[in-house]
Ligand binder design. Structure first.
Ligand code: GTP
Ligand code: MG
Length: 482
């Protein structure tokens, strides 16, 4: 029998302390955690951030709002306050305006956003781990972190593959896709135009602008009328501060495999602009912003994708898979060749607006999302971030009820549609946990209106009713609040 040496317990303790040492380093550097919030257009980013901030500010008064956030559950939260405006590098996120609009007599959801926005919140807490306690005792101060939250359009992540493609490659891949199914219909005018303008004709500014305008109109139609998501380049839909910069005036053209884009041709002009876009827009986003994010939440409106039908659902599935590539590291992944140094280490995919379905269907939403995009459970840490999936409602705008339909009692949600006047029941059907089979698309799936938000107190005292905001935050930053 081997007898453990007398110092074994001390060694074990020292090892535990060493594994916590990262927190000492974090505390020493002022402990800023960069949490990025993204998702395709209308997925719920702005409402998520507004409600998260409001609930964090309210948590010290009303801990019942965030029971699944460890620091609140253990009674260690001492307070939270907004960082002074202008502390960050980006345009400020409009928390105050948003919460006031949602809490008004005639409540309104926040307006859309198409650019980067940022908000910081300082959180003070009593540390629970040994190094944190020690530092706190020595300094006489509680621990604190600044949670810096950035809101950016998920469409921008769809541009990642462009960085690995030449203009000719991108054009061929894009046009192959645009000539199929519902896209071909939406792109008819654009495809007709480029059919009359070859890549080797003389470059003309007006032709380039016309091609760009028609291509952009197609992207908007594909998104708004057909519910499609995999639409590139992302800045054509969400231009942000670029507005209508002339280097954006390009579009894909038919460029044969072996074609040489000679100077002063239409193709060469398009290629030049595509290269500037790649370098100045896509490259810069990853270099200046993305590389600083350490935690990421991706919001997905799964129900809307289901409602939009088979083409739109399939397209959203591909878009989420493409977004996932931005968080996969290791040799063989494009992102690893692009950015060195900091990595995102936790990514949460959230199925938003979970209050649109009754409680029993909410886990189905998350499961469907996981299956839709084949979101991995836990991958080796060196090769990628840690992933999780959960249903979330940032602002519960319905209540549960039951109703008899066709002789059966079913779960429904009860709420007031925006502009609709009267509260009513909505039966949304059964949410499948796997993407529907091709023959299952014939029956229309579900029906949900835009619900009016509930009554909200704009002062950060009571908070906002939500589903899983606390659980999401615990997964994303709980380790930094110990
Ligand atoms: N019922 C319900 N509706 C929600 C919730 N979150 C968002 N919504 C609805 O979804 C809409 C879009 O939410 P936003 O937060 O503005 O979405 P976004 O992703 O910021 O949109 P863009 O900035 O336009 O890309 C809102 O106007 C609400 O109608 C929620 O938790 N519950
Ligand atoms: Mg927004």
């Amino acid at each position: 029998m081997t007898i453990a040496p007398w110092y074994a317990p001390y060694l074990a303790k020292a090892q535990a302390w060493l594994s916590d040492a990262v927190n000492i380093a974090d505390m020493a550097e002022g402990s800023t955690v960069n949490l990025a919030v993204t998702g395709l257009s209308r997925s719920g980013k702005t409402v998520f951030i507004t409600s998260l901030i409001h609930n964090l500010l309210s948590a010290a008064h009303n801990p019942n709002r965030m029971p699944l956030l460890g620091v609140v559950a253990n009674g260690r939260l001492l307070g939270a306050r907004l960082e002074s405006p202008g502390a960050g590098r980006l345009p400020p996120f409009r928390y105050q305006e948003n919460i006031e609009a949602m809490a008004a007599g005639a409540p309104q959801w926040p307006a859309g956003t198409d650019d980067l926005r940022e908000i910081g919140i300082d959180i003070r807490f009593a540390p629970s781990n040994a190094p944190g306690k020690l530092l706190s005792e020595i300094s006489g101060n509680p621990a604190s972190i600044t949670l810096r939250i950035v809101d950016y359009p998920g469409e921008w992540l769809l541009d990642l593959p462009l960085l690995g493609q030449t203009y000719a490659e991108w054009s061929r891949a894009t046009l192959r896709l645009d000539r199929r199914g519902v896209r071909a219909e939406a792109a008819a005018e654009f495809l007709g135009f480029i059919g009359q303008h070859r890549h080797d004709e003389v470059a003309r500014e007006e032709t380039a602008k016309q091609a760009h305008d028609l291509y952009r109109a197609f992207l908007l139609r594909a998104r708004d009328a057909h519910g499609l998501s995999l639409l590139q380049p992302g800045r054509f839909l969400c231009p942000g501060s670029l507005a209508d910069a002339p280097f954006l005036w390009f579009a894909p053209l038919d460029v044969p495999d072996n074609a040489n884009l000679a100077p002063n041709t239409f193709g060469a002009l398009m290629q030049e602009r595509y290269d500037v876009y790649k370098r100045e827009v896509v490259g810069r986003f990853y270099e200046d912003h993305f590389r600083w994010f350490s935690r990421q939440i991706v919001l997905v409106d799964v129900l809307r994708a289901l409602l939009a039908g088979r083409d739109a659902f399939e397209d959203q599935r591909l878009a989420i898979k493409s977004i996932l590539q931005s968080f996969r590291y290791g040799s063989g992944y494009l992102i690893s060749k692009l950015i060195r140094g900091q990595h995102i280490d936790k990514v949460l995919f959230a199925a938003t607006k979970a209050d649109h379905v009754p409680d029993i269907s909410r886990d189905h939403l998350a499961e469907l999302l996981r299956n839709m995009a084949a979101i991995p459970a836990n991958e080796a840490k060196s090769a990628s971030a840690r992933f999780d999936v959960m249903p979330v409602a940032s602002v519960i705008s319905t209540v549960e009820d039951t109703q008899e339909i066709g002789g059966q009692r079913v779960q429904v949600v009860y709420g007031r549609p925006v502009g609709g006047g009267r509260h009513s029941n909505f039966f949304v059907g059964t949410v499948p946990i796997r993407p529907p089979r091709p023959d299952a698309w014939n029956a229309p799936f579900l029906n949900v209106p835009v619900f009016e938000p509930p009554e909200i107190n704009p002062s950060p005292v009571d908070g906002v009713p939500h589903i899983n905001l606390d659980r999401a935050l615990e997964f994303l930053v709980g380790d930094r609040l110990r």
